[in-house]
Design a protein around this ligand. Structure first.
Ligand code: NAP
Length: 279
């Protein structure tokens, strides 16, 4: 039976470590404060924002909420972000994505000060990641590295194959695996003979955004499989990009959905918030 990589447990460990660290920082007079900005009332975004605020409360991070109407203009949102950039009481700024279609997301991401960019999406953070400089790491890929490390899965020298090349998962994942001395291949929708490549993977990271797409035919015996996908199937069950039942018997370790990668994203966001006040 495959080792189940327990993201729920590992994310709790990280949050508990952060809670202790935040208490110590407070005793030294250092407060950690995250500004959470939501535009509109998309129900999924509201759930994500509330989960982030709950995690802040658990750890002892102050969270300031900015709930703006759907009709907010790009100029108004830019002005708020600029104000938060200047506010010494705010350490991290999170603008919940997606934004309404009349707002240019890239422009807003670029407006956030790189020193407060706890999502790690600003081009400065991305550049720092690729050249190996200290900076904010994109939360989902950083969470995957923690899942592997804390499950005692070695990355150095391993063939790591990533399916997907998005800016929030695939690309930063590649940079982080490279940093850990993995041998990295990125695949995407134009890749020829995907199966042939994925079957070379010692570690397969799946961020394809297609329900239960990866079956046992795509994986090597004994591989480690990390499923980033998150879907609700026709029976309203949560599932990932990997067909868990088919793949699990063939592999040495695998993340479940839910309870795998998902909980790690918020834990790493919290870590980035604390990072803003670490020496
Ligand atoms: P995305 O932006 O939609 O990217 C999907 C990637 O998969 C693209 O690079 C695409 O290639 C590639 N792809 C699509 N069809 C393919 C095929 N047949 N063969 C090979 N590659 C193919 O998705 P994302 O934002 O990275 O997210 C991926 C999944 O992770 C989604 O299910 C999302 O909901 C989930 N997610 C979960 C978390 C979490 O915290 N758990 C966080 C982020 C995302 P092209 O570039 O060529 O189009």
């Amino acid at each position: 039976m495959a080792q189940l990589i327990d993201g729920k447990q590992i994310s709790k460990e990280i949050k508990d470590e952060l809670k202790t660290e935040v208490q110590k920082l407070k005793s030294e007079g250092k407060n950690v404060c995250l500004a959470v900005v939501q535009v509109g009332d998309d129900p999924a975004s509201t759930v994500y924002v509330n989960n982030k605020k709950k995690a802040c409360a658990y750890i002892g991070i102050e969270s300031r909420s900015y709930e703006l109407p759907e009709s907010t203009s790009e100029e108004e949102l830019t002005a708020l972000v600029e104000e938060l950039n200047e506010d010494d009481g705010v350490n991290g700024i999170l603008v919940q994505l997606p934004l309404p279609s009349h707002i240019d997301e890239d422009r807003i991401i670029r407006t956030i000060s790189p020193d407060k960019d706890v999502d790690g999406f600003h081009p400065v953070s991305v550049g720092r990641l690729w050249i190996g400089e200290k900076g904010f790491l994109s939360c989902t890929p950083a969470g995957i590295i923690q899942l592997l490390k804390r499950s005692n899965i070695e990355i150095a020298g391993k063939n790591c194959v990533i399916i997907g090349r998005s800016n929030i998962v695939g690309k930063p994942m590649a940079a982080l695996l490279l940093r850990e001395n993995g041998t990295v291949t990125i695949t995407h929708s134009k890749t020829k003979d995907l199966q042939k490549i994925t079957k070379t993977a010692d570690i397969l990271i799946v961020a394809i955004g297609k329900e239960r797409f990866i079956t046992s035919d795509y994986v090597k015996e004994g591989a480690v499989v990390i499923d980033v996908g998150m879907h609700r199937d026709s029976e309203n069950h949560l599932c990932g990009d990997v067909d868990f039942r088919d793949v699990e018997p063939k592999v040495s370790a695998i993340t479940p959905v839910p309870g795998g990668v998902g909980p790690m994203t918020i834990a790493m966001l919290m870590n980035n918030c604390v990072e803003t006040v670490r020496c």
